[in-house]
Ligand binder design. Structure first.
Ligand code: UDX
Ligand code: UDX
Length: 474
């Protein structure tokens, strides 16, 4: 017991943090930690030199992640105690606590293809940490990982390291893009999973102390590692399930004359159900929902739990159906042919207030319409031609030159809508509501169609102008 007591008393005071991965999660999370903990040096490292250069751009409007409020936070701490660098080894060596925040895409090859998470980058990080470390370190999984990854990381660290001690914690990120800063500043909860040993508990305590600089203690939950890893996957699965549920109702509404917004309001006022995540849409996107559910499906299958796997897979099936249903409706409404017709996309990002396009419904809808030989003209306030084209190419439906022929991107929404047969709204950017819709109507071919995949426009007003206006679920 004396030994145990000694170890518990060994207070770990964190003064140096390193984060591997300067992406949508690592960048904002470290910026907020640095702002709230001026006594801690925070280094964010990334293999991608271009990305690091953008994080260091003098003009914070050019940082690679667009999030409301993020520029100001970066400006405040950068160069003081927040550093973006490609010197990975040095940052690892100096740090007492290392966040791993690299991406974990769905595998595109081999066993588990299309379902399991590709842990290649995670393993590379673990090996690099093992090689460089000369003193004890706490390694924190920030990336969303399949349950039991911590064990694999621990194995690599313990067997390839220089004999130093590692503690692995799971600290999944619950921030949503577009509201990242708000979510980080006042999180519903911070979850930290760790080993039940004394050393594990010490490591948990050290990370709790970092967050306690601004998060109320009662919002910091500590669990074992497996619960923490599984909580992240299931939180996303539950949220996605709500979207798929309301989207399934939207189709029923269209057939029965009910209105999905009215139904969502009516059921959401039941406090047991709650009002959030009941907005019918063209389908959920983003880097997490699909990947995390596929992960859940994959682990369920690997334990032989086929009913559990099927249950969650249905959330994805419903989402694919919702996207396809939207593009099919455009084709049938435009007299069953859209060949060579200009169709304007307003929005490409997977939701408003982000420049992230991963798994965005827009990509799949565009792909379907291009299969029908439509010409897509795109306007999104934060998405470039290069990005949209690369998203289409990633699907490998056709060659890049073929995609290039079917996609144009304009930096003016009115130009994008000129001479179009139809407008499809794919992202709920606020500015779309305030456009001069009469002016847009006047510049389009007639009849002028709007397919509102986000239910953002005022239906009676659009119809009064003369549009043939269709939304989701009414
Ligand atoms: C995060 C999480 O980590 C992921 O698990 C979650 O499911 C989605 O959100 P995100 O920050 O959005 O990922 O990913 P991304 O923006 O792609 O950033 C990852 C960064 O890690 C990239 O900049 C990449 O260059 C970098 N990286 C990747 C490394 O520095 N080293 C590597 O070995 C791999
Ligand atoms: C999600 C989780 O919310 C977050 O906690 C986790 O850390 C990462 O995954 P994110 O992917 O950034 O965050 O966005 P989210 O706001 O959850 O939206 C996901 C998708 O669902 C978007 O495409 C969004 O448009 C769609 N959605 C959301 C709907 O279609 N209807 C809704 O009511 C809510």
């Amino acid at each position: 017991m004396v030994l145990g007591k000694l170890k518990i008393d060994k207070k770990m005071n964190i003064t140096n943090i390193c984060c591997i991965g300067a992406g949508y999660v690592g960048g904002p999370t470290m910026a907020v930690i640095a702002q709230k903990c001026p006594h801690i040096k925070v280094s964010v490292v990334d293999l991608n030199e271009d990305r690091i250069a953008k994080w260091n751009d003098q003009n914070v409007d050019n940082i690679p992640v667009y999030e409301p409020g993020l520029g100001a936070i970066v400006a405040e701490s950068r160069g003081r105690n927040l550093f973006f660098t490609t010197e990975v080894d040095r940052a690892i060596d100096e740090a007492q606590l290392i966040f791993i925040s690299v991406n974990t895409p769905t595998k595109t090859y081999g066993s588990g293809k299309g379902m399991a998470a590709d842990l290649k980058y995670i393993e590379l990080c673990a090996r690099q940490i093992a090689r460089v470390s000369k003193n004890d370190k706490i390694v924190v999984e920030k990336s969303t990982l399949p349950v039991r990854t911590a064990e694999a990381i621990k194995n690599i660290l313990d067997n390839t390291g220089n004999g130093v001690q590692f503690q692995i914690l799971s600290n999944p990120e619950f921030l949503a893009e577009g509201t990242a800063v708000e979510d980080l500043l006042s999180p519903d909860r911070v979850l930290i999973g760790g080993d039940t040993s004394i050393e594990g508990q010490n490591a948990i305590k050290a990370l709790v102390d970092v967050y306690a600089n601004w998060v109320p203690k009662e919002r910091i939950l500590t669990t074992n590692v497996w619960s923490s890893e599984l909580s992240k996957l299931t939180a996303n699965a539950f949220l996605a399930q709500r979207v798929s549920s309301i989207n399934s109702v939207s189709e029923l509404c269209e057939k029965t004359g009910a209105n999905v917004s009215e139904v969502a309001k009516a059921i959401g006022m039941d406090s047991r159900i709650g009002s959030k995540f009941l907005k019918a849409s063209v389908g959920f996107g983003g880097s997490c929902f699909q990947k995390d559910i596929l992960n859940l499906v994959y682990i369920s299958k690997s334990f032989g739990l086929h009913e559990v796997a099927d249950y969650w897979e249905q959330v994805i099936i419903m989402n694919d159906h919702q996207k396809r249903r939207f593009s099919k409706n455009i084709v049938t409404t435009l007299y069953n042919t859209i060949a060579d017709k200009k169709i304007t996309f307003l929005g490409w990002a997977f939701k408003k207030d982000t420049n992230d396009t991963r798994e965005s419904a827009a990509i799949y809808v565009a792909n379907d319409l291009i299969n029908e030989q439509a010409k897509i003209a795109l306007f999104d306030p934060k998405v470039s031609y290069k990005q949209a084209l690369s998203d289409l190419n990633y699907l490998e439906t056709r060659t890049s030159p073929e995609n290039e022929k079917c996609l144009t991107v304009l930096d003016d929404p009115y130009e994008a809508c000129k001479n179009a047969h139809a407008i499809a709204i794919l992202t709920e950017w606020d500015e779309f509501k305030n456009y001069d819709w009469q002016k847009i109507y006047d510049s389009m071919l007639k009849p002028a169609f709007i397919f509102d995949g986000r239910n953002v426009l005022d239906s009676p007003k659009m119809k009064e102008i003369g549009f043939i206006y269709q939304s989701i679920g009414s």
